[in-house]
Design a protein around this ligand. Sequence first.
Ligand code: F3S
Length: 69
Amino acid sequence: MSKVCFEIDRSLCQGHNRCAALAPDVFGIDDDGYAFTFDDGEVPDDLIDSAEDIVGACPEQAILLRTRP
Ligand code: F3S
């Protein structure tokens, strides 16, 4: 079954932290201030409806949604 995942383009992330504020169970901020994802970035069921809003909340457009097999 395929799953929908958030991915961070680390070359674009500037550490605005909005992702981790909106979805702290999915996004973390590393010691350098840049985002990473927990658990492969899998979008939890309760965030499916707001996933696009979270993507849109990043001012650097560093968050992508991917469907993985
Ligand atoms: Fe980086 Fe965007 Fe999050 S700049 S810290 S991915 S809101």
